[in-house]
Design a protein around this ligand. Structure first.
Ligand SMILES: Nc1ncnc2c1ncn2[C@@H]1O[C@H](COP(=O)(O)OP(=O)(O)OP(=O)(O)O)[C@@H](O)[C@H]1O
Ligand SMILES: [Mg+2]
Length: 441
């Protein structure tokens, strides 16, 4: 029966190894009894060079022992001789399944190594001392089993750091399971983390494994840990102490080997004072603290990140942006980025899509870069002793004009644009106030 596969024949194990190591093969079918090395040993040797290549072993006698040994040796399945006509369909299906299985395994391995490459340290962009300090800690603690607590404002890269920790540890081949403790309602979070048995609560129709069990051998990343309820904090404390827990509705204790990484953008010390976070849990989590610095404290990383996100956007969106003009880059570097790297990433993507090719210049940046918000009435309060209105307003004017001039390297047209003034008005004010470049520049 022919079903369209290209078949290569080998007379013994040596010939088979020669074929397997010299060209791509999707499936090996081999007898147990062969001259020289037997089929089971051949399967072992093949898997040393091609771990994902499925092998089906043909066993001569229908002995249970033979089939068990075949599976133990790593065979995908076994087939008993002889193949009668009516069993050929079974053989054909088995062959298709084995090939599909091998393909999925190879694909899975490729995806995994892509993930590893993606979370190697060089995917974390930044040369600033603040970031480099963080990375050197990450490198040192990645391959330990110690619990890590990552803190930092929203969008500073806490999840990226957690991934770098996992993918640079010896647990990298196992699961990294992420649970966002803030996004899941309390009642569900417990069974999400620890699993439940059938009938544990109204909707528990089936037994369900929790994330801690899924992460066994790997890492669990508990994001937004500050949002966890006090009841669950107690249960988590116990997992951290002895790596054991009971699924919801069960009295059976489960033991796991899991590395715990937690993250929060909240100030846990304050939550402890407010009695919303257990102090003992905090100390258990805070074994290795890592603080992701806000972007405004490492402004020198901004141009690197901008270029990095331009490259990514060009690749993803097929755009051809090649640079950012100096003044636009300066505005980006001076901006305080309250949403940190995530805000920067989103902005770059938006600007790249709208501009499509060539250079990004000042006019491509959205309004918030052109109108620096003034101190506003909330900042300036009139003291009981009163103020000299004209002097205060005059000083503020001079200060804004000077900032705009410095930002644009004394290009008066662009400075006028930044301030929303027309050019003649600006020139008059500069002259009247006697504003000049600082003599040491
Ligand atoms: N140093 C960096 N280099 C490259 N990309 C970064 C860097 N830091 C953060 N990013 C990117 O910025 C985005 C936000 O990062 P991430 O999700 O890790 O932040 P977070 O601290 O977990 O934020 P949140 O508190 O809002 O969950 C992601 O797309 C991430 O890839
Ligand atoms: Mg996050």
């Amino acid at each position: 029966m022919r079903v369209g596969h290209n078949v290569l024949m080998a007379r013994d194990a040596g010939e088979a190894m020669g074929i397997v190591s010299s060209q791509p093969v999707d499936l090996v079918l081999c007898d147990v009894k062969m001259p020289g090395i037997n089929g089971l040993e051949l399967v072992r040797q093949i898997h040393e060079v091609e771990p994902d290549l499925p092998c089906i072993v043909i066993t001569g006698y229908s002995s249970a022992e033979n089939s068990v040994e075949a599976l133990r040796a790593g065979a995908f399945w076994y087939l008993e001789k002889p193949f009668e006509q009516e069993r050929l369909d079974v053989v054909r299906r088995l062959v298709e399944q084995a090939i599909e299985h091998g393909r999925l395994k190879a694909e899975n391995r490729a995806l995994h190594s892509q993930l590893r490459a993606r979370y190697k340290f060089d995917s974390i962009i930044g040369k600033s001392a603040a970031l480099q300090r963080v990375l050197s800690v990450v490198e040192k603690v990645a391959d330990t089993n110690s619990t890590v607590l990552i803190t930092g404002e929203s969008g500073t890269g806490k999840e990226l750091i957690a991934r770098a920790l996992h993918y640079n540890s010896s647990r990298a081949d196992r699961m990294l399971v992420t649970v966002n403790c803030g996004a899941i309602p309390e009642e569900l979070l417990e069974s999400e983390l620890f699993g439940h048995v059938k009938g544990a609560f109204t909707n528990a129709v089936h037994h369900r494994e929790g994330r801690f069990a899924v992460a066994d051998g790997g890492t669990i990343f508990l994001d937004e840990i500050g949002d966890m309820s006090p009841k669950l904090q107690v249960k988590l404390l116990r997992v951290l102490q002895d790596r054991t827990f009971e699924p919801v509705g069960s009295s059976k204790t489960i033991r796991v080997d899991v590395r715990v990484i937690a993250a929060t953008n909240q100030h846990l010390e304050t939550l402890i004072e407010e009695r919303r976070f257990r102090e003992d849990l905090y100390y258990r989590l805070n074994v290795l603290p890592i603080e992701a610095p806000p972007l405004r404290h490492r402004a020198e990383d901004i141009p690197l990140l901008v270029n990095h996100f331009i490259d990514i956007a060009n690749q993803d969106k097929g755009t051809r942006i090649d640079s950012v003009c100096e003044e636009a880059m300066k505005l980006l570097a001076d901006y305080p980025w309250p949403g940190n790297v995530r805000e920067l990433e989103n902005l770059v993507e938006r600007v790249v899509i709208l501009r499509r090719e060539g250079e990004i210049d000042l006019s491509d940046l959205p309004d918030q870069f052109h109108r620096t918000p003034g101190p506003g009435p909330a900042v300036m309060r009139v003291p009981p002793s009163g103020i000299d209105f004209n002097e205060v307003v005059g000083d503020l004017e001079s200060d804004l004009i000077l900032q705009a001039l410095e930002l644009t390297h004394w290009n008066k047209n662009r400075a006028a644009q930044l301030l929303g003034l027309n050019r003649t008005t600006l020139l008059e004010k500069i002259k009247k106030k006697g504003i000049e470049p600082a003599s040491d520049s």
